[in-house]
Design a protein around this ligand. Structure first.
Ligand code: SF4
Length: 515
């Protein structure tokens, strides 16, 4: 018998390791031969730990969420042959949460043994790379440009243009840097890829390296992801042993080498220029632009910096073509986005969908509304510096430009939901506190502004905030937005201003006070 249990850290956090252990013990006490394959997670997190059983052929049925004490009754109900049990879910692929998605990046996730290179190749892996090597640099960059792919780390910059800039930059040494410092609250799609389908990221980086003429890549990984660190390193070793990394590929003259570099826990190192400083062994400080990293990046050399999901989108694009990718999505927001649903939701998890879906569909049709059953008060989209949006704005489609019209951001695709027990003034205060804590200190609006902002908000929320304090807070936000060197200082006012605008009563003000 073959079982599949996720080893993804979110599954482990709710007991997947314990369940795997108890299943093993129970099987051995019953002398049932069993092999347990640890996979990535499908992202249906409310069903984790999810145990999938292989039936005849490729058919699998799942049970979940399984607790250690459920294991014996599961054996007694004959679950190894798909027997009936209250935790029976059936074929996960047919689950509406998965079926309604359009999985391009996450197509293998959950089905694949993360470190089996053979399984990866069998499921279409390295097809994109092979096409890239056959087509040549020009066409690869063309396909990526045609696909409309934009940076999924937050900035939404067109990937094709970035690659072309580095390709055209004259230098004999260029680099590909993967930003895997996934530091935004409510985001976990990068981690899922690295833990559950690591060869996908490696392939994406190799394609990027080939396209721009770089033979060396670094994955800048946050230190809070120990499992991703272990899996990536093992995956890189396997690629080296099998001749995918560090040697000439498929009879071409292209070779690529890859290393994982661990960050030290600073949020600002997710900003690409601070990340480069950190990668060079310095304290992570934001660099002024120009020069762009695409022209003068790591150790002064042309460098492509893309986040994990951006790079993981590339193999599909090179397998099926840029036009095929651009058929998904709307307007200038092409392709799919792995949206991460969390907070007060009934069904939190990973949902890969084409752009254009409304926030309401994501929250209610996928997320199932609030877990507490209380009315939804707000969502925050785009990380800790994204705005708080009220329910009345949820008809907005997931689209970079549409969201920016209401001063919203797609960011890294994380959506956190709150019911009506939340106080948005307190949450907004947290944004200033976060900025004060994480500021790199290079520019005054952010370094000093965040601390003054925090004090002002404390006065408003817990003291006797006057009209003048409110005006001062608006003025401070304006300065931070317009005069900060990078997005940390420049975006911290977004949650503050949105909370004030949509939920003034939480600050003790009325709507008229805020106009
Ligand atoms: Fe550093 Fe903040 Fe200025 Fe960004 S905005 S450069 S984090 S001080």
């Amino acid at each position: 018998h073959k079982l599949y249990i996720s080893k993804d850290y979110s599954s482990v956090a709710v007991g997947a390791d314990e369940v795997a252990l108890v299943v093993e013990k129970e099987a051995s006490s019953r002398s049932i031969p069993l092999s347990i394959i640890r996979t990535g997670s499908y992202g249906l997190y409310w069903l984790e730990p999810l145990v999938e059983v292989q039936l005849e052929g490729t058919k699998r049925v799942a049970y979940g969420p399984v607790k250690p004490e459920d294991v014996r009754p599961l054996f007694e109900s004959g679950f190894l042959n798909g027997g009936d049990h209250p935790l029976f879910i059936g074929d996960v692929q047919e689950h509406p949460y998965l079926k309604r998605q359009k999985r391009l990046i996450f197509e293998r996730m959950g089905r694949l043994e993360p470190l089996s290179l053979d399984a990866y190749v069998e499921m279409g892996g390295f097809r994109g790379l092979k096409n890239a090597l056959e087509w040549g640099q020009n066409r690869v960059i063309d396909e990526v440009t045609k696909s409309g792919l934009r940076g999924r780390g937050g900035a939404g910059f067109p990937t094709g243009i970035k690659w072309k800039t580095t390709w055209l930059a004259p230098s004999s040494q260029k680099y590909i840097v993967c930003n895997a410092d996934e530091g935004d609250s409510g985001t976990f799609s990068d981690r899922m890829v690295m833990e559950g389908d690591p060869f996908l990221l490696i392939e994406g980086m190799m394609i990027a390296g080939f396209a721009v003429g770089a033979n060396k890549g670094y994955i800048y990984l946050r230190s809070e992801y120990p499992l991703a660190y272990e899996i990536l390193n093992k995956a890189i070793d396997i690629c080296k042993q099998k001749g995918y990394l560090g040697s000439k590929l498929f009879g071409t003259s292209f070779s690529f080498d890859l290393e994982v570099y661990l960050g030290a826990g600073a949020y600002i190192c997710g900003e690409e220029t601070a990340l480069l400083d950190s990668l060079e062994g310095k304290r992570g400080m934001v660099r002024p632009r120009p020069p762009l990293p695409a022209v003068k990046g790591l150790w002064g050399q042309p460098t492509v910096i893309n986040n994990v999901i951006t790079l993981a989108s590339v193999p599909w694009i090179l397998s099926y073509g840029g036009d095929a990718y651009a058929r998904f999505g709307v307007n200038r927001s092409k392709g799919t986005l792995p949206v991460q649903l969390s907070g007060n939701l009934k069904y939190p998890g990973l949902v890969e969908v084409p752009f254009g879906i409304s926030l309401k569909e994501l929250i209610y049709e996928f997320g199932g509304g609030t877990r507490t059953g209380k009315p939804l008060k707000a969502i925050q989209i785009g990380g800790p510096l994204g705005p708080y949006l009220p329910e009345s704005l949820l008809d907005i489609p997931l689209d970079y430009e549409e969201l920016s019209k209401i001063k919203g951001i797609v960011g890294h695709g994380g959506i956190v939901a709150f019911d009506d027990s939340v106080n948005l003034a307190h949450m907004a205060h947290y944004a200033m506190e976060f900025c004060a804590e994480e500021s790199c200190g290079k520019c005054t609006p952010c370094r000093i502004g965040s601390t003054r902002g925090m004090e002002l908000m404390e006065k408003i929320i817990w003291g006797k905030g006057s009209r003048k304090d409110l005006e001062l807070l608006f003025e401070l936000c304006d300065t931070m937005i317009n005069a900060s060197l990078c997005g940390l200082g420049g975006m911290t006012p977004f949650p503050v201003l949105s909370a004030l605008r949509y939920f003034p009563e939480d600050f003790g003000y009325s709507k008229q006070d805020i106009v």
